[in-house]
Design a protein around this ligand. Structure first.
Ligand SMILES: Cc1cc2nc3c(=O)[nH]c(=O)nc-3n(C[C@H](O)[C@H](O)[C@H](O)COP(=O)(O)OP(=O)(O)OC[C@H]3O[C@@H](n4cnc5c(N)ncnc54)[C@H](O)[C@@H]3O)c2cc1C
Length: 355
């Protein structure tokens, strides 16, 4: 049975960032990916990076970058749309082709001596013997270190007996030339969440996400949100929205010779569901820990966890504050309630983009 310094499960952002860092350090590294064309079947994603992650070297060149000229905030009130340009640089959120970006990372990984088994699913892990079992030839591989970079249904995470806690995102692709990045105040329907229109090349990703914190009590009116979003970007026929999950449950990233990265570690941000930046940083942190720089690795993961905590705090505050504010303002009518929700949305977006 072949023995590898590191076996990484998953060729998404976290797996490829980890693999690249390891091959650069001379480790004999294998990535196992269940899809046959890496990046082609990557999960639904709005393909956007906010400012706090943009300085990372892997985000310097973003293939297929969308042309955003302004950032605006939109709120629907009684069927009317109010739009306001926000004083934020257009680069606050950069959009790109995730597929092309992943393929470029993969090329780099392979050129530097890494190996990829495509169409190969991890079926199980024997922690005693450090063997990973696969559904295809060679059926099993031995590892010194194993990295679970296998996303929101991670089998590596399951092998560690850890729970999952998932946020949900509904997203649609809309054809056309878009230049304005819209942050959409749809928060009456989503007490815990966000909505967006992100311009890409010749199309846009439009969607909304939320964390079902307290079961069905805060389950949004999905149909109403889809109508509101269609209205916000002027679609005559409503686009088809599809839902997907994001694992938000962080319980640690290092477990003896096994590491978790990206969504397998639950490191996506709680309020915005942003996960590409955290995936890259935690993938590299796993590589640092494998190379012996454990303290440095822990520092970068701590930073991600602090971002998650800040966003979770905002989530936890939103509902009671807004509920109370509405009740107090009710005697002053719709306008006061509207001003309150407007202040909340703008403050929230500010925090999401530059906080
Ligand atoms: C609708 C939606 C919109 C989003 N928009 C954004 C956004 O705009 N910006 C942002 O930063 N984040 C966004 N996210 C989150 C982001 O897409 C993820 O957090 C990020 O892709 C996580 O990267 P990852 O490498 O951890 O996992 P993934 O990208 O999920 O990669 C995991 C890889 O592992 C493979 N795999 C899984 N199981 C196995 C197995 N058993 N064996 C072998 N291979 C396996 C999968 O095929 C996949 O290639 C969005 C998410 C959703 C759902």
């Amino acid at each position: 049975m072949e023995r590898w310094d590191a076996v990484i499960v998953g060729a998404g952002p976290s797996g490829l960032a980890c693999g690249l860092a390891l091959v650069k350090k001379g480790y004999k590294t294998l990535i196992v990916e269940k899809e046959t064309a890496v990046g082609l079947a990557c999960k639904p994603c709005a393909e956007a990076i906010t400012r706090r992650f943009q300085a990372h070297p892997l985000f310097e060149a973003l293939p297929g970058e969308g042309q955003v000229s302004r950032v605006a905030w939109v709120q629907a009130l009684n069927g009317r749309l109010l739009e306001k340009t926000l004083p934020l640089p257009a680069s606050s959120v950069r959009t790109f082709s995730k597929r092309a970006w992943l393929q470029a990372l993969l090329r780099d990984f392979l050129e530097k001596g890494g190996e990829l088994y495509e169409g190969c699913t991890l079926k199980g892990v024997d922690r005693q013997t450090s063997v990973a079992y696969l559904d295809n030839a060679p059926q099993a591989v031995r590892f010194r270190y194993l990295v679970g970079a296998d996303g929101f249904t991670s089998r590596v995470r399951r092998s560690l007996g850890m729970p999952f806690f998932k946020g949900l995102v509904w997203q649609a692709d809309v054809q056309g030339e878009f230049r304005t990045l819209l942050l959409i105040g749809a928060f009456d329907e989503i007490p815990f969440g966000y909505a967006y229109l992100f311009p890409q090349n010749a199309h846009a990703k439009v969607g909304f996400g939320f964390v079902p914190l307290v079961g069905r009590v805060f389950w949004p009116d999905v149909k109403a949100l889809q109508r509101k979003l269609s209205l916000a970007f002027g679609a005559s026929t409503p686009p088809v929205f599809r839902s997907s999950a994001i694992n938000l449950c962080y319980r640690g990233f290092a477990f003896e010779n096994i590491f978790l990265a990206g969504e397998a570690a639950g490191l996506a941000l709680d309020l915005t569901g942003e996960g590409i930046g955290p995936a890259v940083i935690s993938g590299e942190a796993a590589a640092l820990a494998i190379a012996g720089a454990r303290a440095e690795a822990e520092d970068s993961v701590k930073w991600l966890v602090s971002l998650k905590r800040a966003q979770r705090g905002l989530l936890a505050l939103q509902v009671p504050l807004v509920g109370l504010g509405r009740r107090l303002l009710r005697p002053f009518g719709l306008t006061a309630a509207f001003l309150l929700s407007r202040a909340k949305d703008e403050g929230l977006f500010w925090r999401i983009l530059v906080g």
